[in-house]
Ligand binder design. Structure first.
Ligand SMILES: [Fe+2]
Ligand SMILES: [Fe+2]
Length: 372
């Protein structure tokens, strides 16, 4: 018997019902009585809206956005915990094989990512979810909140396993300007939409909300996370820190969905509300993101590591940014940007023949390559 007061304790006592049971007929009568008091027409699917909808938020189906439900089902096919992945080789690599430059890269990637995932969790869970007026969207976002927490656990597991100084690593975003700048940009966006009095029927407020969501989906998750992982994949390519890289491959599967979902929601809000975003504001956002990423890359890779440099990192950012802009139906912010890391897509993919957990289904629904 599950003990609701202390679910982890094994209860030896049977729960005693405090209220007497009522018959099915009595229960139905109660429902009928309540029904007389309220409008009982089922939700008209056409009335549902991503934001500013007036339909009952507690009725899941019929779906207006069946794709959101598909995202939820797909997300549930990527199950793992950081404890499932063997990290013993990483400990050896970190202590005996990584150069000082590579240690600098590794530690700062973790320092940046761990703070970022807390922000990603707060953004979806606190600022975005409550503004959605269709439950199928909120259900996927609830899963996303859990996944961001799982990602934070993953970085913590890496930090703990390698015996890094936790208070120093977790504080790094506050003392390293190049990391701090990226975090502050994201903080500004969240803070502008976390207000309790926000009214998305107001044109300016709605535009600001869309710009913030667009930033998180397109830049923060869609580019900065993607770019954030790639230095570790460069180490993995050379047989280094392969446990951490496997953890990031799992995270990347989630992030692929987060980015795609966010962009889809943004496009849908724009369509439903005839939002006209200011092209200059969008261009400024990309330029600001590029400037911040450039500073970050120059700090992270002040000394290049074998097969990966600051120039690679920045060029890759521009290339991915163009892809995101296209998904958002915008013009490319960095025309002519080239894919300079041809190996990255393949490296980021979990290879199908690898099955770490013999007793679990770990195969990912989409099977082949991740489509970023
Ligand atoms: Fe995440
Ligand atoms: Fe995410």
């Amino acid at each position: 018997m599950l003990n609701w007061d202390d679910p982890l304790a094994i209860s030896n006592t049977l729960a005693v019902a405090k209220t007497p049971p009522i018959s099915a007929i009595q229960a139905q009568e109660k429902v009928n009585k309540q029904a007389q008091l309220i409008d009982v027409k089922p939700v008209n699917v056409d009335d549902k809206r991503v934001v500013n909808g007036l339909t009952d938020i507690n009725q899941l189906a019929p779906f207006k956005y069946p794709w959101a439900w598909e995202f939820f089902l797909n997300a549930n096919k990527n199950h793992w915990t950081p404890l499932d992945i063997n990290m013993s080789k990483d400990l050896h690599d970190y202590q005996h094989r990584l150069t000082l430059e590579e240690k600098h890269v590794y530690e700062n990637v973790l320092a940046y990512l761990t703070t970022s995932d807390i922000l990603a969790m707060r953004n979806v869970g606190l600022a975005v979810m409550e503004k959605m007026t269709a439950p199928e969207l909120q259900i996927y976002q609830a899963r996303q909140v859990y996944e961001e927490a799982l990602h934070t656990w993953t970085y913590q597991h890496c930090i703990e396993t390698l015996g890094l100084d936790q208070s120093e690593i977790y504080n790094r975003y506050r003392v390293v300007p190049a990391i701090n700048q990226k975090i502050q940009l994201a903080n500004q966006k969240i803070n502008s939409i976390l207000r309790a009095d926000i009214d998305l029927n107001d044109k300016d407020e709605l535009e600001n909300f869309v710009m913030s969501y667009l930033f998180f989906a397109g830049v923060f998750e869609g580019c900065w996370f993607y770019n954030g992982f790639s230095p570790i994949f460069a180490l993995q390519r050379r047989g280094l820190m392969t446990g951490t890289a496997e953890q990031l491959q799992y995270i990347m599967r989630d992030e692929v969905l987060h980015c795609a979902f966010g962009i889809r929601v943004v496009n849908q809000i724009i369509l439903e509300n005839q939002v006209k975003l200011d092209p200059k504001a969008i261009n400024d956002m990309w330029m600001e993101a590029e400037a911040a990423e450039t500073e970050y890359a120059q700090y992270l890779l002040r000394d290049p590591i074998l097969g990966y440099s600051a120039e690679h990192h920045i060029a890759q950012f521009r290339y991915i940014a163009n892809r995101r802009a296209k998904q958002l139906k915008q013009t490319e912010p960095f025309p002519g940007a080239k894919n300079c890391l041809n190996w990255l897509d393949e490296q980021a993919n979990m290879r199908k023949e690898k099955n770490f957990f013999e007793t679990r289904v770990t195969e990912y629904q989409s099977g082949g390559g991740l489509k970023w």
